[in-house]
Design a protein around this ligand. Structure first.
Ligand code: ADP
Ligand code: ZN
Length: 326
């Protein structure tokens, strides 16, 4: 870090602040004497326009200027909020992200996407803004609850499924999960570098998420993202098998790995409810639902550069039946 910032705002949540306040002050204290810690309540509810406004007002009141630095210290919620604030405050100031959850390390902090939710859905308002630096340290994972680790693990399994059969096999062999983090981060970085604006290939990162987002929406966002993604990976893997892409053995190994992580298949929603909720997906075209499918483990079917393909309600119902969801 080569710059002297006029002021630094560390955006975090109350919980992370309690654990890592001193760590943050001692690291960033060497870059500026003017440091403010601005913290929001923990949880997805804070990823909203009210918190954006509150944080922006605080920056204005405390007279932050163009030479300010915004730091996002926390999980996906905080990284998104900090990114959005940095992108919009005075039309953009420096941003550093310090992801403290596994999910934020392997997913949310990479790729520049930052958004907030509205009553219409997740990430409805947002932009793409890249941090100057991401500070990555596995030490944060020591205090992370198991449920949060599970969420990140699902994104790592997704990375393996879309990009790296070897990584997937290592996961199946139950090698220690800490070993997979760097590779999962690299996979996401490579994809977003090739397609930052999500014109094609970046959609492959959405594997498992068409179904996952439907489950999250139907549950009124009460289901943890990782839990929904685990189920989504299984169903979308099943659909890839039903399409004749994945072999029976490949589908079986996906099921085996996800079963190790206790994937839930019983959500109690009807296929038509799930299909209806999927129509709100950003890949949909009108009533037509599109989904990312695997050609084999480690490779997404590219469908002429679209990286997704229309699926019917009947196919979705068959996949749900195959995974034992009905
Ligand atoms: P994500 O979207 O990455 O799952 P959130 O920002 O919603 O993350 O954070 C999930 C929860 O984990 C929040 O309650 C947050 O306070 C907490 N948290 C974040 N990082 C840590 C950490 N390193 N140790 C313990 N709890 C953490
Ligand atoms: Zn995800």
């Amino acid at each position: 870090m080569d710059k002297n910032w006029s002021k630094i705002a560390i955006i975090t949540d109350d919980f992370v602040r309690e654990i890592y306040n001193d760590w943050a002050m001692s690291l960033f204290g060497s870059f500026s004497k003017n440091i403010e810690i601005l913290s929001v309540p923990p949880g997805e509810q804070s990823k909203c326009r009210f918190q954006v406004e509150t944080l922006q007002d605080q920056l204005c009141e405390k007279r932050f200027d163009r030479d300010a630095l915004i730091v996002g210290l926390g999980g996906g919620v905080v990284c998104d909020l900090a990114g959005f604030i940095a992108a919009t405050f005075l039309r953009g100031v420096d941003l550093i992200l310090v992801p403290t959850t596994l999910l934020a390390m392997v997913d949310a902090s990479i790729g520049g996407k930052c958004g907030v939710n509205t009553p219409q859905g997740k990430n409805v308002i947002g932009t793409v803004y890249f941090p100057k630096q991401i500070i990555f340290d596995k030490i944060f994972l020591k205090t992370l609850p198991p449920e949060e680790l599970n969420s990140g693990m699902m994104e790592m399994i997704k990375a393996a499924l879309i990009c790296d059969n070897e990584l997937f096999r290592a996961m199946l062999r139950r090698e220690p999960w800490e070993k997979f983090i760097e590779r999962a981060m690299e996979i996401k970085k490579e994809i977003v570098t090739r397609d930052p604006q999500e014109k094609g290939e970046r959609r492959s990162l959405n594997f498992g998420h068409t179904v996952a987002h439907a489950i999250e929406k139907l549950s009124n966002y009460q289901v943890a993202h990782g839990r929904a993604v685990g189920f989504g990976l299984l169903v979308e893997g099943a659909l890839s098998f039903l399409r004749g892409f994945l072999s029976h053995e490949e589908y079986g190994s996906i099921k085996e790995l996800l079963t190790q992580y206790k994937v839930n298949t019983k959500w109690g929603y009807l296929p038509e409810e799930i299909f209806e909720a999927m129509k709100g997906d950003k890949k949909s075209k009108g009533e037509r639902v599109r989904m990312v499918l695997l050609e084999r483990i480690g490779k997404v079917a590219d469908f002429g550069g679209e990286y997704c393909n229309e699926v019917t309600q009947e196919e979705v119902a068959q996949a749900l039946e195959l995974v034992g969801a009905l």
